[in-house]
Design a protein. Structure first.
Length: 318
């Protein structure tokens, strides 16, 4: 019977067979290299499963694709990211335990978002839309957990705020202010000639009106009072080196402009009053206290939770 098969048919059958094997190996190796799409569990948190797809979805939420992570020159910490997902799941479970999903404002917010999303999709609640809404609900539950459980635990006394103020006064100093005149020209040679004229007694304002290409030329180069922290680093550094009524060396601005600056006045920065910066300090210490409380809460939660990580599946992500 084999003799009845044409030679070219036997060749084609071999090619098809080889292609089939190649395809099979490609599927196998591709599934090992890119397991992000599968439902194989990576971890279990109190019985709830975190799949490889959940991992991939979380990456995408932070605008990172599995391929970008694998191709990045920076080593990605898969275990740390998985632990972050586990922490999120613990917070969601806590939100349900405290029945935060039953709060009227939460229900209203989730319902409004659902209606908005369905309207954009022609009121069709397909799998993609359902998954998106479920993720949105989970993110809102995490927010509710933090707002209702962690934030109320933050308590700071005025003594703590005052202590931070006293130990970090340099942080609350107003910037020095300077009164400046400037001359800006396009050529280095011209800038050197103008600086020599100024050293020899030429009037700065007059030269600024005649030679400067800056918009302040019509005011004799005067740009008024300026906070030092608003000046570019190169200009601020040059101004720091001179005294009132002195001029700077030639300063290169950009690629082709040259500037000469005269310091006409200096006001030293003063310390802001505690009452003025109290809310700012509360925000700084509040963030530190929040981070500490959340970390401690999650650590305690992990002690009483059943958490299993599938090490084999985790290794396949890398």
């Amino acid at each position: 019977m084999d003799k009845l098969v044409c030679p070219w048919e036997r060749v084609m059958n071999k090619i098809i067979g080889i292609c089939g094997l190649i395809f099979l190996f490609a599927v196998i190796f591709n599934s090992n290299a890119y397991p992000f799409w599968g439902s194989k569990y990576l971890a279990k948190v109190n019985g709830e499963v975190i799949t490889a797809k959940d991992f991939k979805d979380s990456l995408m939420r932070f605008h990172m694709s599995p391929k970008a992570v694998r191709d990045s020159s920076i080593k990605f910490d898969y275990r740390r990211f998985l632990n972050r997902i586990i922490d999120d799941r613990l917070m969601i479970q806590e939100a349900y335990r405290f029945e935060l999903d039953k709060k009227p404002d939460f229900i209203k917010r989730v319902k409004a978002k659902e209606q908005s999303v369905l309207k954009r999709h022609g009121n069709k609640k397909n799998t993609k839309v359902r998954n998106w809404l479920e993720k949105y609900k989970e993110l809102q539950l995490i927010h509710e957990f933090k707002k209702n459980i962690i934030y109320p635990m933050i308590r700071l006394t005025d003594d703590e705020l005052r202590e931070y103020y006293d130990n970090n006064k340099e942080r609350f100093m107003r910037s020095d202010r300077v009164m400046l005149d400037i001359i800006e020209v396009k050529g280095e040679k011209e800038a050197k000639e103008l600086r020599n004229e100024l050293i020899n007694g030429a009037n700065f304002s007059m030269l600024a009106r005649e030679k400067s290409v800056a918009t302040s030329a019509k005011k004799g180069g005067n740009i008024g009072w300026v906070s030092m922290n608003r000046l570019s680093p190169v200009i601020a550094e040059a101004v720091k080196k001179i005294e009132v009524n002195e001029i700077t060396n030639i300063i290169l601005i950009g690629h082709s402009s040259y500037m000469i600056i005269k310091l006409n006045g200096l006001e030293r920065g003063t310390l802001k009053k505690f009452s003025v910066v109290r809310d700012e300090i509360y925000g700084i210490l509040g963030k530190q206290r929040y981070d500490s409380l959340l970390k401690r809460y999650l650590a305690e939660l992990r002690k009483v939770s059943s958490i299993k990580i599938n090490e084999k599946s985790l290794r396949r992500l890398k």
